[in-house]
Design a protein around this ligand. Structure first.
Ligand SMILES: Nc1ncnc2c1ncn2[C@@H]1O[C@H](COP(=O)(O)OP(=O)(O)O)[C@@H](O)[C@H]1O
Ligand SMILES: [Mg+2]
Length: 238
């Protein structure tokens, strides 16, 4: 599937009776890279989960390309081109790396696994190891690769760098940049490693208590020290 634009209009969502997101509107052009930033608990995961159809929807619309997916269940959104790599990484511990990847094939031939191995040669080395034997970085690679085998047109990444060593972060960010560069994917990246997110993205939204509190380019955010300190809780970016 080629990259498609994502459009979100006046979205409100939450869990049961608890409203978490209020009046979220933004759009991401096909093939663009959006960073979603904000302190802990501000609604970043809820936003991605809502796009993936995993929360309670109250109001608003979500469009992937020409398709209005607002009323579609999670599985149908995946078929419409949405790939979600959750914060929890979701690796099956008792399956091997290769068996974990099979899950992502969704009817594609086994030979497509080579795409995952080209992207992450380390997964090829580890293909007969169990999910439970992987390091955090390898789990993230596996979780990402499994989603990408489904050839999503919009990819949602929730804190992929969390808890990983800097050298692994660099390796992952290189792959994400490569995915973006080939132009086949629109990517939303939630990250606490702000500089990595800003280096990657061409546009940024910052969430504060479930609302969009700031929006602009990475360059503009880097220069807006007040916003950086107030909304992200860090003194400065470097
Ligand atoms: N399953 C849930 N049920 C109820 N409230 C939740 C649930 N998950 C998250 N929340 C609440 O939603 C808010 C946003 O959380 P989250 O989206 O996880 O934030 P972030 O990813 O930015 O750290 C928080 O107040 C959190 O307590
Ligand atoms: Mg989160």
């Amino acid at each position: 599937m080629p990259a498609t634009p994502l459009e979100v209009e006046n979205l409100s969502a939450g869990y049961g009776p608890t409203r978490v997101l209020e009046g979220i509107s933004f759009s991401v052009p096909a093939g663009a890279r959006l960073a979603v930033l904000g302190r802990n608990g501000m609604g970043k995961t809820t936003l991605l989960a809502t796009l993936a159809g995993q929360t309670r929807h109250y109001e608003g619309r979500i469009r992937i390309g020409e398709t209005d997916v607002t009323a579609l269940p999670s599985a149908s959104r995946a078929l419409s081109g949405l790939g979600f790599v959750p914060q929890a990484r979701c690796v099956f511990p008792t399956l091997t790396v290769e068996e974990n990847l099979f899950v992502g094939l969704k009817g594609r031939p086994k030979s497509a696994l080579q795409e995952a191995y080209d992207m992450f040669p380390r997964l090829h080395e580890r293909r007969r190891n169990l999910g439970s034997q992987l390091s955090g970085g390898e789990q993230q690679m596996l979780s990402t690769a499994r989603s990408i085998l489904g050839r999503p047109s919009v990819l949602l990444l929730d804190e992929p760098l969390e808890g990983l060593a800097p050298v692994i972060c660099e390796e992952l960010m290189k792959v994400f940049a490569e995915l973006a560069r080939t132009g086949d994917m629109t990517i939303l990246l939630v990250e606490q490693r702000i500089q990595s997110a800003l280096d990657f993205a061409d546009h940024v939204i910052v969430l504060e208590r479930g609302r969009i509190a700031w929006t602009g380019t990475p360059e503009k955010l880097s220069q807006d020290h007040t916003a950086v300190e107030r909304l992200l809780g860090v003194g400065s970016l470097h």
